[in-house]
Design a protein around this ligand. Structure first.
Ligand code: 5AD
Ligand code: SF4
Length: 501
């Protein structure tokens, strides 16, 4: 690369003020820069986005990939790319450590590639201590932005390219472009998205969280709850369906409080009913449901729906009413169990999954026994179990009686053993049934197999070929091996697989 490679910004006098037009304007400029850099390299520039954390981040990464593709970068499988982005998570401390560990490796790659841009975004960047540390010890990072201004990525990328390649670095740390907002009430629609899967997609229905569970950092890094307009959500899903999507996952930190702050309020159940009407859409999933806000109306809508998957993720966090109170979860053990009974009475075949935290401050052996009791009573199809992680700035971090690590680990292992035994038992119950499976990908281990999911989210491997991906096939579940099934497609008289729909 030439030493004095200069990038001059185009005519900024025509800069649109409204969004998303402003970002499309910056995409045009970025495209010009990328084409000059590619000419210098002699081949197209490549990008790689690495996602840490939840489905929200996965969807955000698709938006970043959309913009990078639009400005001329080509996606590649490895981090040995010209633009690498880490979309970070900070929900637990170990998520942060992972990022620092891998950043060191990116630094060595960058020494070999003068064109390389490194961007960091997501929840971790909303923490001042993180940004301070990056400024101090990871100065090779080109761009740092947060959760609230991700829609501005095209504009930020242009600024970062100018700062990195113009030879006139400005704005704070040399070569570093940093833009972090504390909060926003803005939702920008209609930016490009590059989906990971052709046939399924996440769809944000709301952003942020107002619940302030006492252990959780999310409300501080994702800001206050904002719902998207239902018309925008429906429009997006219709477009996705026209583009081949058959399954959507409606995303929000607490989907059950969807719509409360809209100009014309509507409930999540009402939104689901509208989504159900979309022709060509086969499956609807959603995540996450807070037990305190799960309504009878939602249960009724799920019961009568032909498209909403028979799966509910209902985070428990703890089975002890005393700990739930300290967690600020706004329900107790009895309320949770009664809710599960109500859901199962209405939809007997529903799969229930959950999140559980072990070792919250002050958790006694008796409290933990209450958690085990709920796990045994509910018999979750699967459960994500977490060691409590102290997040600075949350009320729980300041609580006395933080539990020593060995004790927490010992409880965690007991819980995990219980959860796994129950999951294996639950999984076996569908052996011998023939059920619709959405084929998602080629099997990684065995080229003769494809892998898909049942409506209840269980994984099924079956003989098949890549052309089946995105189709819903009837599959005979021959054998259950722990947490997944081996199945065979049920074919009709013509040898074609019987499709749902
Ligand atoms: N420590 C451990 N687990 C946590 N979670 C959220 N905050 C913490 C924390 N401080 C878990 C909760 C939540 C899931 C996404 O992450 O179980 O439901
Ligand atoms: Fe965190 Fe609670 Fe909000 Fe979930 S509902 S994101 S656990 S504060």
């Amino acid at each position: 690369m030439e030493k004095n490679f200069r990038l001059e910004i185009a005519d900024k006098t025509r800069l649109p003020e409204s969004e998303p037009e402003r970002q499309y304007y910056f995409m045009d400029i970025a495209r010009e820069y990328v084409s000059r850099l590619a000419a210098d390299k002699g081949s197209p520039l490549t990008f790689h986005v690495t996602t840490f954390g939840c489905q929200m981040n996965a969807r955000d990464s698709e938006k970043l990939a959309g913009i990078l593709t639009c400005i001329g970068y080509v996606e590649c499988e490895t981090e040995d790319a010209d633009f690498v982005i880490y979309n970070t998570c900070t929900v637990r401390e170990n998520a942060n450590n992972k990022v620092y560990g891998r950043l060191g490796y990116l630094g060595t790659l960058k020494k070999k590639n003068p064109r390389m841009m490194i961007g960091l975004c997501g929840c971790m960047m909303q923490e001042q201590t993180v940004v301070d540390k990056l400024k101090e010890s990871y100065r090779f990072v080109n761009l740092i932005f947060g959760t609230h201004n991700i829609y501005k990525f095209a504009e930020l990328a242009v600024t970062a390219m100018e700062n990195s390649f113009s030879g006139h670095p400005h704005k704070g740390a040399v070569g570093m472009t940093i833009d972090i907002w504390k909060d926003t009430d803005k939702i920008v629609e209609d930016l490009p998205v590059e989906r990971k899967y052709a046939f399924k997609s996440g769809v944000n229905i709301m952003f942020g969280c107002n619940n302030f569970c006492s252990y959780c950092i999310v409300p501080y890094v994702r800001g206050r709850e904002r719902s998207r307009e239902p018309a925008e959500i429906i429009r997006e899903i219709k477009r996705l369906v026209a583009d081949g999507v058959v399954e959507v996952m409606l995303l929000g930190q607490n989907v059950n409080s969807y719509g409360k702050n809209l100009k014309e309020p509507m409930t999540f159940a009402q939104l689901l009913e509208e989504v159900e009407q979309i022709e060509g859409l086969e499956r609807i999933r959603f995540m996450t449901s807070h037990p305190k806000d799960l309504s009878d109306e939602l249960i009724a809508v799920m019961k009568k729906s032909k498209k909403i998957c028979r799966h509910l993720h209902l985070p428990l966090q703890s089975g002890s009413s005393r700990i739930l109170k300290k967690m600020n979860r706004c329900y107790d053990k009895e309320h949770y169990l009664a809710l599960v009974d109500k859901i199962r009475a209405a939809i007997p075949d529903i799969a229930l999954t959950t999140d559980i935290i072990v070792g919250f401050p002050g958790e006694t052996e008796e409290d933990f026994a209450e958690t085990l009791d709920v796990v045994r009573r509910v018999e979750y199809d699967s459960a994500f179990t977490f060691l409590y992680s102290k997040r600075t700035g949350t009320p729980a971090a300041a609580m006395e009686e933080q539990i020593p690590e060995p004790e927490v680990k010992e409880r965690f292992d007991r819980l995990l053993a219980e959860v796994q035994e129950i999951s294996a038992k639950k999984a076996r119950r569908l052996t011998g049934c023939t059920l619709p499976v959405l084929i998602e990908e080629k099997n990684e281990q065995d080229a003769a197999l494809v892998t898909g999911r049942l409506d209840n989210n269980s994984v099924v491997h079956l003989p098949g070929t890549a052309d089946m991906i995105g189709q819903i096939c009837q599959v005979y579940l021959e054998e259950c091996r722990g947490f997944y099934y081996i199945g065979t497609p049920v074919t009709d008289g013509n040898g074609a697989s019987d499709k749902q729909g």
